[in-house]
Write a new protein. Structure first.
Length: 366
């Protein structure tokens, strides 16, 4: 039995997490009807309730915010009712759960947009990447630049989604400020060429992310609001010429808003941790709330980073797809099930709710 800090409790705002293990948000594309979470989602998240904190898959705050088929939303009454089943099941099993609030910006396709319009972005620059729509991978559609007059509507869609999240029984929300989606597109100068109050300087580019965060904080409280950022990731063709001062500024402002956590993807999302030089300790130092570290963490690295006080909580992604009882497995040093890539995105129970726990007789899905 391990005595690592990973299994110590942690006070996150009003919540007491029984351990420092967080389930990272994981896109699963199983919301097959009306962008309502799949009926199996309650079981899927419920199986993982022993995590210190669960963070749901990214969930669009509006139709315009959707970029891939069959991702769930949190803007319609049916979606709220669908999520309520998830939060009830997780709470029944003693867990805690935040929902990740998402606007994809230019990472979308006209087939998913209201009136088949162009996806929206800070600037009319297409990303060189693909999305999944109509059952296949396809190039994202050319975006149009958001009008200045549309910005308050974007902020309000996040605010409403946060209110919906609380109505659905979530313990809090995580704003998706990472991975080349709308808020990251505005922040980074590779995607943002605006010449108005939302472009140019670091302050201007950070403005949308911070306005969204402030609106969510006002709606549901800072102690229930976290954010995910990815300072150097190349995900979804996003880049910045000088990410350190940009994210130092963002984190200073998030600290002033008294956010409950920052969730930091260190390095390239799902890729090398040392993708580009960046001083994550600088963010840690600036932020008084919890620091959730993410990207390619193993038990050993998690233990080392917590011991060095370089993070408070560790988010595990892929290991959580295939190990519903990840906390117990890490504690016992038990082997982990390997995740099956073929069932990551789309489908039903296979590769979703059928991964075995320790002691269950069934073998992992092939
Ligand atoms: C994988 C596939 C589609 C979307 C992210 C929401 O990277 C995602 C995502 C991941 O944050």
């Amino acid at each position: 039995m391990s005595s690592a800090k990973l299994f110590d409790s942690y006070k996150l705002g009003p919540l007491t997490l029984p351990n420092r293990v967080v389930m990272a948000p994981l896109t699963r594309n199983r919301a097959l009807e009306g962008q309502v979470p799949n009926p199996l989602a309650a079981e899927y998240y419920g199986q993982r309730a022993s995590a210190g904190l669960l963070i749901t898959e990214a969930s669009q705050v509006s139709q315009q915010g959707q970029g891939y088929q069959d991702t769930p939303g949190i803007f319609s009454p049916a979606q709220v009712a669908g999520w309520r089943k998830v939060t009830d099941e997780v709470h029944k099993r003693g867990g805690r759960i935040f929902i990740q609030l998402w606007h994809v910006g230019r990472i979308s396709h006209t087939d998913l947009q209201p009136g088949h319009g162009a996806p929206v972005a800070p600037s009319a620059i297409p990303a060189k990447t693909k999305t999944f729509v109509g059952g296949k991978f396809t190039d994202v559609s050319a975006p149009r630049a958001l009008e200045l007059s549309e910005i308050p509507g974007i902020v309000d869609s996040f605010r409403k989604a946060a209110a919906n999240a609380i109505a659905a029984g979530f313990d809090g929300v995580e704003i998706h400020g990472a991975n080349g989606y709308l808020l990251d597109q505005f922040a980074k100068d590779g995607a943002n060429k605006r010449t108005d109050a939302y472009g140019g300087s670091i302050e201007n580019r950070a403005k949308l992310m911070l306005e969204v965060t402030e609106a969510v904080v006002k709606e549901i409280g800072a102690e229930r609001t976290g954010i995910r950022i990815s300072p150097v990731t190349p995900a979804n063709d996003v880049s910045d010429s000088n990410p350190q001062p940009l994210f130092d500024h963002i984190v200073d402002k998030l600290n002033a808003l008294k956010l409950v956590y920052i969730h930091v993807i260190e390095g390239s999302t799902g890729g090398p941790r040392d993708y580009a030089p960046f001083d994550y300790a600088s963010l840690r130092k600036r932020f008084k709330g919890a620091y959730i570290a993410n990207n390619a963490y193993t038990y050993d690295l998690a233990t080392e980073v917590l011991a060095a006080d370089a993070a408070d909580l560790i988010a595990f992604g892929k290991p959580y797809i295939s190990n519903p009882d990840l906390v117990e497995r890490l504690k016992k040093g038990a082997p982990l099930n390997e995740p099956d890539k073929a069932t990551f995105y789309g489908g039903g129970a296979k590769g979703y709710t059928d991964y075995p726990t320790l002691g269950s007789a069934v073998e992992p899905a092939e």
